[in-house]
Design a protein around this ligand. Structure first.
Ligand code: FAD
Ligand code: FES
Length: 254
């Protein structure tokens, strides 16, 4: 597990990518140096009545900066969206366990707000890869950046771009296959990806999104059911924030 840091950081830039979707670059040498694809940071709001930080995946890592891309879901993310370059914000990270990178033909599968963490992964994987992205409609984001990393296959719920339907419909229509799957997105999508991967004997890594409180493994707000017993507590549980958010698909029940 990498060392984690809690610090006040400066926002380098903030842009709106699509309706309700924002991209924020923050300056943080410590977190950037230690971060890996699939990990996340906790971002604190300025409002003291909302003490709990909001978990947001790392979208891109540079030498001394990190990028997050987020959807405005409620009050916390709305506050983040109003911030500008040179504003300060408190963050903690890098948190959790990221993806295990393999040098094998890869299929990256992401839906909705599961799309951002796939960008750093796509950049770091130097092997042959297909990137399958699911959006609601033509209000897409990060698409051009993914196209620079590999072959991109798109599904939209309304059929306005790519295959009409979900990521699994696109995978079947385009005969996508590979030797390792990396995935992030809503639970029903992850369930379908797990089933497809395991029934085809493909190693499948999935990133779970649970509601979180502490974000560092201390409060058990984020447990998920696992196949194996935890050796300390002897229960079939894992903490998504600390043991995940990325798990091998066969380890967790969805
Ligand atoms: C490991 C992890 C990585 C994440 N990465 C991203 C990301 O890269 N980009 C992004 O936009 N979002 C991401 N999320 C979801 C993000 O944390 C929530 O959208 C955010 O905390 C909502 O905060 P809020 O104050 O705006 O909304 P709130 O007012 O707290 O809630 C608004 C709505 O969002 C729901 N919600 C709250 N927390 C979560 C959660 N953790 N997961 C799912 N739904 C939630 C609430 O039930 C409610 O319906 C991630 C979540 C986790 C656990
Ligand atoms: S959020 Fe507290 S243990 Fe995971």
């Amino acid at each position: 597990m990498s060392e984690k840091f809690k610090e006040q950081v400066v926002i380098v830039r903030q842009d709106q990518l699509a309706n309700g979707i924002y991209s924020m670059w923050i300056k943080t040498e410590n977190i950037a140096k230690n971060a890996r694809p699939g990990q996340f940071i906790s971002i604190y709001t300025h409002d003291s009545s909302r003490l709990l930080p909001r978990p947001i995946s790392i979208c891109e890592i540079s030498k001394d900066m990190l990028r997050v891309v987020y959807r405005v879901a409620g009050e916390g993310t709305r506050q983040f969206s109003e911030m500008k370059a040179d504003d300060k914000i408190e963050v903690m990270g890098p948190l959790g366990n990221g993806y295990t990178l393999r040098d094998k033909k890869a299929v990256l599968i992401a839906g909705g707000i599961g799309v951002p963490p796939m960008l750093e992964l796509a950049k770091q994987l130097k092997c042959d890869k297909t990137i399958v992205l699911g959006y609601r409609d033509k209000n897409t984001f990060l698409l051009d950046e993914f196209k620079k990393c590999g072959e991109v296959v798109i599904a939209t719920e309304d059929g306005s771009i790519g295959t009409k339907g979900n990521v699994m419909d696109a995978i079947k229509e385009q005969n996508v296959t590979g030797e390792v799957i990396y995935s992030c997105g809503p639970k029903p999508m992850l369930k379908a990806v797990k089933e497809w991967g395991l029934s085809n004997n493909i190693e499948t890594q999935i990133s779970l999104e649970e509601k979180m409180a502490c974000g560092i493994g201390a409060c058990l707000a984020c447990v998920c059911k696992t196949k194996n017993e935890d050796e300390h507590s002897h229960v079939h549980n894992a903490r998504v924030c600390k043991d995940g958010p990325v798990f091998f698909a066969e380890e967790v029940e969805l």
